[in-house]
Design a protein around this ligand. Structure first.
Ligand code: AMP
Length: 402
């Protein structure tokens, strides 16, 4: 089932060619060492956001990017920032040059990794660090020595500033990544306190999946004649995802899940549950049935979350059962299958969840379990998404022994 038919592969390849034929990276003004790193990472062609953002950022322009994870926005700002830093890093210790504010720990680590991967072979080394709450502050204070690029969640950054572990007066470039999510999570006050600590003259780059009123207010204050780039990444991605729904009763969800994983020999599955309790419960039952699974949610320690995500990303963990905590913002390469064990409440969250699969050049499959009580709600979701999902009645499947 997870295998795509030849026809749909052809369609996807034609679609991708139409979408992604662009100017090569070598025409965007990047240095030979960055071009070499891009080739090593198998980034063959720039994505649309990169094609537009890279030259503008190199020219020290402000940028407003309306784009989601999956659009390639991270490399879109990381590459030109690394380039601008060559020969321009601060000599004062603990005075970082670039500040990237992000809403979650997971995104902080992910963005820092992109800085690290592209920055490690540059002529002038760029030191980057991710800091976030939920873990001890002392190692972060020590690690801040000589850092040029700091990727931070707002609360922890302010704690570090208050303890004089870092100074923001030399910031050349400020990036707000997933600004809408930061505002939704209630970071507005912290963000304003941080803005007040920055020098007036600086470059501002703001990325957001949506342009809400709050985001608009912030961009009005921060940005000077920005280049506006709008990428409808997730809507486009929907076409890359093969979606399927199963009518199933609540009691049969467990057996149906095990049937799908075992019968289709699924190797890497992200399952969404609506509560911490349910996520734990689904993961427990899978393990009892010999399927390697771990739950990831807000009640798990940061260490456990990091470990689960990294095992899952590297293919060592077969099933990750998550709450909506990680439905936004986290990019997992080549994730072939997402299962909604329970439907999310909002159609937007549905799109975000299934957007974990079918990103960039790797098509994937999204499966949703729909109980009789969910049927009306699932219709609403499909209507909002503008796409109808093929439904299968699980009554016709022999679940004996699963
Ligand atoms: P992002 O939206 O920044 O989270 O990126 C989404 C995914 O696309 C990540 O896995 C990137 O490594 C990958 N990616 C970004 N740009 C390119 C590119 N030009 N070519 C191939 N993969 C890319």
């Amino acid at each position: 089932m997870v295998q795509l038919s030849l026809l749909s592969s052809i369609f996807i390849s034609v679609y991708l060619q139409a979408k992604f034929i662009h100017m090569p990276f070598s025409h965007l003004g990047l240095s030979p060492s960055l071009l070499k790193a891009l080739a090593e990472q198998k980034y063959l062609q720039p994505y649309p956001i990169q094609e537009q953002a890279i030259p503008a950022i190199l020219n020290k322009k402000d940028v407003l990017g309306i784009a989601q994870t999956g659009s390639g926005k991270t490399a879109g700002y990381v590459l030109p920032i690394l380039m601008n830093l060559q020969g321009n890093t601060s000599t004062k210790n603990r005075h970082v040059n670039v500040l990237v504010l992000v809403p979650t720990r997971e995104l902080a680590m992910q963005v820092r990794e992109v800085f690290h991967v592209f920055g490690r072979d540059l002529l002038q080394r760029v030191k980057s660090l991710a800091v976030f709450g939920g873990v001890s502050i002392n190692p972060q204070m020590m690690a801040l020595q000589g850092v040029n690029v700091l990727v931070a969640t707002p609360g922890r950054l302010l704690e570090l500033v208050e303890s004089n572990a870092v100074h923001l007066s030399n910031i050349d470039t400020l990036v707000l990544d997933e600004a809408d999510k930061m505002l939704n999570l209630g970071f507005k006050e912290e963000m304003n306190r941080i803005f007040a600590l920055l020098p007036k003259k600086r470059q501002n780059l703001l990325f957001s999946a949506t342009l809400s009123e709050d985001v608009n207010n912030i961009q009005g204050i921060l940005l000077r004649q920005p280049l506006v780039i709008k990428i409808e990444a997730e809507e486009n991605n929907i076409d890359l995802i093969s979606q399927l729904g199963y009518f199933v009763s609540e009691e049969k969800k467990g057996p149906l899940l095990r049937y799908l994983i075992k019968r289709n020999a699924l190797k890497q599955v992200l399952i969404f549950a609506s509560s911490v309790y349910k996520a734990d419960n689904v993961a427990d039952k899978l393990r009892k049935n010999g399927i390697d699974a771990t739950a990831m949610h807000s009640k798990k320690s940061q260490e456990a979350r990091t470990e689960a995500l990294s095992r899952f990303k590297s293919g060592k963990l077969r099933v990750l059962v998550a709450t909506d905590l990680i439905s936004r913002g986290i990019d997992i390469k080549f994730l072939p299958c997402v299962i909604n064990y329970e439907l999310p409440r909002s159609p937007k969250d549905y799109v975000h969840r299934i957007g974990r699969t079918g990103r960039a050049e790797s098509p994937g499959e999204a499966i949703s379990f729909v109980t009789p009580e969910d049927q009306h709600h699932f219709k609403v979701i499909q209507k909002k998404m503008g796409k109808w999902v093929t439904m299968i009645d699980s009554e016709g499947i022999d679940l004996q022994g699963y």
